[in-house]
Design a binder for this molecule. Structure first.
Ligand SMILES: *[C@@H]1O[C@H](CO)[C@@H](O)[C@H](O)[C@H]1NC(C)=O
Length: 389
């Protein structure tokens, strides 16, 4: 009994948050848009976990390598409840502004729910995108009170993301010191394939997918699929751009040499652009006029931790446990050379300028950031690189 008043006191701010009176009144259009968009993403997340929990049996989880199905099911159930609460709170706030939430979206996750490994990997993407969406939305919110309210959701999304890292085999719980921010259009490049039946008043960037099967590791040559990669712009004049949290800008590489450099751990956002100018990390000012497709997300797990190994031991029958074969790779030593040289804005821009003046055959700039040029072991690709990290 002595706990009850404390619990009521703790619950009070939440009640106030959800209560219409708290936020009553007309709001700036961008504040309304961010809340509406965030609510759609929360509905997406909530539905994803609902469908995942309903679909998989205990044995699906154990044969995917979990020592007990209880480990993932407890977490997915708890995360699902959070996402549903976020959606309710955002909808209540929108109604208090005199706005109508977007509630007609349908979500289809058939492609992501084929097996537990794919589901867990998708959940990890979903939470990373959730964090990136709230961070990007922060630049669009004009009212600091709404910014704090959105921030109170963002921190919880980040906790979910950590749990999903632990539940994914090979993941680092907290892989990097900084997270990435996406614009709403960038978020939709990833989320829109799952959404239908509703009007979201934000244009989606063209969706991009990585076609590599197997684990993405330093040295992996990434290959892509997108409707906009259709020959209108020849592949030889396209660039892949890799953006990680905390970096001043993306790493641009010619599309045919899109090799994951060493030194990356955790999520990497991948874009295809029609020039080699790096994309800046500043989400508000990121120039996207040369964007062809993306972003999409890849996870590069280079620092597996014991915590994840305990949660996801492969002692089960394990047929769905991730294999770790990449199709085309260069050696880790070659990959580390890719990022061995200069960094910083000036050099990265110089690199981009140099890169955009070259096409299929690439040569290094002596003394510049492009000094690494090397063949992959199978001789099929020439690798050139530098670091923006
Ligand atoms: C082909 O790609 C271009 C952009 O690169 C895009 O504008 C165009 O709509 C695409 N065509 C098809 C049929 O997808």
């Amino acid at each position: 009994m002595r706990y009850s008043s404390a619990i009521i006191a703790l619950a009070a701010p939440l009640v106030a948050y959800a209560a219409p009176a708290r936020f009553y009144g007309k709001r700036a259009a961008s504040d309304v848009l961010v809340f509406k968009f965030a609510d759609v993403l929360e509905q997406l997340e909530s539905t994803f976990y609902q469908q995942a929990i309903a679909k998989f049996k205990d044995t699906d989880f154990t044969s995917a390598g979990f020592p007990s199905s209880q480990i993932p099911i407890e977490q997915f159930t708890s995360i699902q409840a959070d996402e549903a609460s976020h959606s309710s709170a955002l909808q209540a706030a929108l109604k208090s502004f005199g706005e109508t939430p977007i509630t007609s979206c349908q979500f289809n996750f058939d492609s992501a729910l084929t097996d537990v490994a794919t589901m867990a990997a998708t959940a990890r993407v979903v939470e990373t995108v959730g964090v990136a969406a709230y961070l990007g939305g922060a630049t669009l919110l004009t009212d600091p009170v709404l910014l704090t309210a959105a921030g109170s959701i963002l921190t919880v999304e980040a906790r979910h993301q950590t749990i999903l890292n632990v539940l994914s085999s090979g993941g680092t719980a907290i892989p990097a010191a900084f997270d990435m921010a996406f614009t709403p259009s960038e978020v939709l490049a990833i989320a829109s394939p799952f959404i239908s039946g509703c009007q979201i008043p934000i244009p989606a960037n063209p969706t991009l997918s990585v076609t590599n099967t197997g684990t993405v590791a330093p040295g992996t040559l990434l290959t892509f699929k997108a409707d906009s990669l259709n020959g209108t712009i020849p592949d030889s004049s396209l660039f892949c751009q890799m953006l990680v949290g905390g970096a001043p800008m993306s790493i641009p590489l010619p599309l045919s040499q899109c090799v994951v450099p060493a030194g990356i751990n955790g999520p990497v956002a991948l874009f295809i652009t029609s020039d080699g100018q790096p994309l800046i990390n500043n989400v508000r000012d990121r120039a996207t006029n040369k964007l062809v497709a993306g972003p999409t997300l890849a996870f590069v797990d280079t620092k597996p931790q014991m915590l994840g190994q305990i949660a996801r031991s492969s002692s089960g029958s394990g047929s769905n446990a991730q294999s770790s074969t990449s199709t085309q790779t260069i050696s880790p030593a070659e990959a580390s050379s890719i990022i061995s040289s200069a960094n910083g804005a000036a050099t990265a821009t110089a690199a981009a300028a140099s890169a955009s003046s070259t096409s299929a055959s690439v040569s290094g700039t002596s003394g510049g950031p492009n000094t690494f040029v090397g063949k992959s072991p199978d001789g099929k690709i020439t690798v050139k690189g530098w670091t923006g990290l």
